[in-house]
Design a protein around this ligand. Structure first.
Ligand code: ADP
Ligand code: ASP
Ligand code: MG
Length: 449
């Protein structure tokens, strides 16, 4: 069985959905197709509770109309009005839209939005895209079943970033899946990003969470491959929006990709790989705009002795140093500080604990930044907000003399944060020099790929 996940740009309009149809039509295997919301719709949906709470009716109804217009347009572009599924499909889309209007209006009435209602509202993006696609397939006489991911993925009640209960979810999946059939069909369509808690309330897996859904379904359905279809040729040597001369990496290890996503590359949801690694399911990243491209295959291990660079990523980061020399037990003090960071759910990129100091690199966007003085009023610290981290990933990197390469290229404006791992080298530079460093690092990666 195959899991195929299509991201927002891959289902953004009728042309994109036609390309998805082409791709899934090529395989004879049982397929579970996981779709994101149409590109841009999740962002729009997220503005609705905000407008409703602030009684901004003009913006609220404009946005609702935009969402309605977009989906009805895609539907009308895909299915001819004389097709036997046209009226049925239109009714299904209209009833979802009506539900969205009603739900938003209840927030407008109460002037109160909760994480729970936000999750419910944002789920309409995926519910609408998958419903359109299901009827589109029906209209082409392609036998398929539409599955509500909320009956499949059972999660806790952390509505914005829910944790999946694999044991519970697998019970539900057993019910609908036997041998290689999904409710009697070889093709099922479901939503990425959403699940439901014990009480049936809609939950979400965090922004970009459809990738994670695909990997979770991969594990739960015991599939032999997870394909992530997106709008670039695979995982690239760096972010194509920042640097022009990028290449596709043919094969990468799970650990490299995890580091890449964690340290800022938008290409995959950082947790995507965990369920796949646990079940040793290979993941492919492929281009839905050009299915002839080989894409990137992500595997457990690449057999190779030499150091090989694969990709480089940049992220803004905060560096905070806590001097520890005055504490008898510096490890105890360091753990006490780290506990505060942990409690505030700060994304920590890198930590070093030495007898003289604890250094933490963390995400610039984290809330803790506003509370540092309050949280550490009796502990001295030194803060640097002007830095970026540039991370190179690859394999056997402990054997790579990165300094020598940069010397040859006459690059000096950087520091090495960490070079002891085999799959990454973390560098830092001032934020205004970071893009240049990333470009040079990309040249290096491309040269030796
Ligand atoms: P989707 O909508 O398919 O989930 P995303 O926008 O979430 O797609 O992720 C794909 C995008 O990630 C690409 O369009 C690209 O601009 C960006 N990206 C950033 N870094 C990389 C990288 N190293 N390799 C590939 N894509 C990258
Ligand atoms: N639609 C959701 C988002 O935009 C999930 C996803 O696309 O992966 O975050
Ligand atoms: Mg994505």
């Amino acid at each position: 069985m195959l899991i195929l996940k299509f991201g927002g740009t891959s289902v953004k309009d009728a042309n994109a959905m036609n390309r998805v149809l082409d791709i899934i039509s090529k395989s004879q295997e049982t397929q579970l197709v996981v779709l994101s919301a149409c590109s841009g719709i999740t962002d729009k949906l997220l503005t609705l509770p905000h407008y409703a709470v602030n009684n901004n009716k003009i913006a609220l109804y404009d946005t609702l109309e935009f969402i309605q217009y977009h989906h009805l347009n895609v539907f009308n572009d895909l299915i001819a009005s004389d097709n036997e599924y046209y009226l049925l499909g239109k009714k299904a889309i209209e009833s979802l839209l009506e539900e969205l209007y009603k739900f938003t209006e209840s927030i407008l009435f109460l002037k109160e939005s909760t994480p729970k209602s936000l999750a419910r509202i944002v789920s309409f993006g995926e519910l609408l895209s998958t419903t359109i696609f299901h009827y589109f397939l029906n209209s082409k006489k392609i036998n398929n079943v539409w599955l509500d991911a909320r009956y499949l993925l059972k999660t806790d009640s952390n509505f914005q970033s829910a944790k999946v209960n694999f044991e519970e979810s697998s019970k539900f999946i057993q019910k609908i899946y036997s041998k290689d059939l999904i409710q009697g069909s070889k093709l099922a369509i479901t939503q990425g990003f959403i699940g439901a808690d014990e009480l049936g309330n809609t939950t979400t897996l965090g922004r970009g969470g459809s990738d994670y859904s695909a990997a979770i379904f991969g594990k739960l359905f015991n599939s032999n491959e997870v394909q992530i279809w997106t709008d670039v040729n695979g995982i690239l040597t760096t972010d194509p929006r920042e640097v022009e001369d990028v290449r596709t990496i043919p094969v990468m290890e799970f650990d490299e990709v995890r580091t890449l996503s964690y340290l800022g590359a938008k290409v995959l949801h950082p947790q995507t790989l965990i369920p796949a690694v646990e079940s040793s399911i290979p993941i492919k990243v492929l281009n839905s705009m050009d299915a002839t491209q080989q894409g990137t295959l992500i595997v457990n291990r690449i057999i190779e002795e030499k150091p090989v660079l694969h990709s480089v990523v940049k992220t803004d980061a905060v560096k905070i140093i806590f001097p520890l020399t005055q504490y008898d037990n510096f490890v105890h003090k360091a753990l006490e500080i780290l506990n505060v960071f942990e409690k505030s759910k700060t994304t920590i990129f890198f930590i070093s604990i030495l007898p003289d100091a604890l250094t933490i690199w963390f995400a610039h966007s984290c809330n803790i930044l506003n509370d540092l003085d309050k949280l550490f009023h009796s502990t001295f610290f030194d803060l640097d907000l002007s830095l970026s981290l540039i991370t190179l990933v690859g394999i056997n990197l402990e054997k790579l003399a990165i300094k020598k390469f940069f010397e040859e290229m006459e690059i000096t404006d950087y520091s090495i944060v960490s070079n002891s791992s085999s799959n990454n080298i973390i560098l830092s530079s001032s934020r205004n020099k970071a893009k240049e460093l990333m470009k040079v690092a990309n040249e290096l990666v491309v040269k030796y790929l």
